[in-house]
Ligand binder design. Structure first.
Ligand code: SF4
Length: 157
């Protein structure tokens, strides 16, 4: 029997109420795509893994550290979350990851600039960076076409 494709996914994209506001970023088109290819889903929320509460004060990256909007240094929590996510990725031998764009943990191309003024810069979140260092392929929910092409290739093997 063919091995199922394993994908690590930001839990908020699947509708889990784990984001800072207590809500989620449910993306139905993503769920439809994952169902079409019958993938094994491994859900993660790095900020929860780091011990941050739900809801929580939002955070942004500034000069390689992470600060909450009320100026608390939460770098340690973000680093713990990244390591735990990496451990889960390795234990499950995932094929790739789909992480929420613009998050200070999960952003893969864009994040906010650290000033809490909605300015976006080209940079990765803390967890995404850590997974990238370990050569894990990462997509965001904004690249469904690319994800599908990748799934088609994996399904051939
Ligand atoms: Fe979603 Fe990632 Fe933020 Fe958790 S840390 S709420 S999974 S974007």
């Amino acid at each position: 029997m063919k091995k199922k494709i394993k994908v690590l996914i930001s839990a908020c994209l699947l509708g889990d109420n784990v984001k800072y506001s207590g809500g989620n970023n449910f993306t139905p088109e993503l769920v439809t795509l994952l169902e079409k290819y019958n993938v094994d889903i491994i859900k993660v929320c790095p900020e929860c893994f780091g011990g941050l509460p739900i809801p929580r004060v939002p955070s942004e990256i500034r000069e390689n550290k992470v600060f909450s909007k009320d100026n608390r240094d939460v770098t340690k929590e973000f680093l713990i979350g990244a390591e735990k996510t990496l451990k889960i990725a390795k234990e499950n031998q995932i094929d790739f990851a789909i992480l929420k764009e613009r998050s200070p943990s999960c952003g893969s191309t864009y994040i906010y600039d650290g000033t809490f003024s909605e300015n976006i810069i080209t940079e990765q979140g803390i967890t995404t960076k850590r997974l990238t260092e370990e050569n894990i392929k990462i997509f965001s929910e904004e690249n469904l076409e690319e994800i599908e092409k990748y799934l088609v290739e994996l399904a051939k093997n």
